[in-house]
Design a protein around this ligand. Sequence first.
Ligand SMILES: C[S@@+](CC[C@H](N)C(=O)[O-])C[C@H]1O[C@@H](n2cnc3c(N)ncnc32)[C@H](O)[C@@H]1O
Length: 277
Amino acid sequence: MNYRHAFHAGNFSDVFKHAVMAVLIEHLKQKNSPFCYMDTHAGIGQYDLMAIQAQKTGEYKDGIAQLLDAAEEVPALKPYLDAVRSLNTPDTLRYYPGSPKLARMLMRPTDRMVACELHPEDAQTLKSLFRGDRQVAIHHADGYKSLKAFLPPPERRGLVHIDPPYEDREEFVNLTRWLALTHKRWPTGMYLVWYPIKDRRPIKRFYEELVGSGMNRQLVCELNLNPDNTPDALNGSGLLIINPPFEADKKIRSILSTLEKVFDAKGKSRCEWLVGE
Ligand SMILES: C[S@@+](CC[C@H](N)C(=O)[O-])C[C@H]1O[C@@H](n2cnc3c(N)ncnc32)[C@H](O)[C@@H]1O
């Protein structure tokens, strides 16, 4: 396990993923009944952008720093941006919320989070961040295997966030298998899956598997910063959402059109149904 998210925290891809995640959580909050947020690949929870790792790549400078500086702000970005701003002072950007921290900031006192992280050191850091928090359970465990243990949740409402590092060439295949198995056990859950857009061939196969999986209501959203002709670079950031809330696609499109401008995207974004009802 070589991947450490601290090098990439707050980059354009995190911005897109976390902004959409906030939209989905805000939708869950429209009903009074509690929900469960499950993060299978959680990372360390909160990132210090002044630390050596983030400074080494400087990726956040072309990500969250640029968005905060931009004049344009659409309503759909508000919950996410409010969370980022509340961790920082008005003039300084230092802390960035990873997915578990962002979820925790948006949760209500009745909601619950389960987060898994396999890297031993990162799992300890994550545990320290949430120590004593009775709404949060952190597990040093394989996130895929934990899907079976924790789902469906007693609340019967919630969001499952699957955000693997794609170090393994078989990640797309593993992910689709686990997702289909989990969906059989909990077909009404909402699922958010991140995928990197580099070489298009594995993504094409991923889409084919998803279409043949029997899962309905699959929305794919892509923020493509570069055209597809550089297969070794992270050209774009992809999100698969299963069972998105009503009209979430409209909000995601407004986020995409803002981010395209802010990040001066050269590729074409999309937000469309891979499989409908
Ligand atoms: C892309 S990062 C997660 C970022 C985080 N979701 C966020 O948005 O802030 C992927 C994380 O998954 C962890 N990881 C890798 N394989 C795992 C597995 N099988 N189960 C749980 N965590 C895993 C890595 O150590 C890494 O911290």
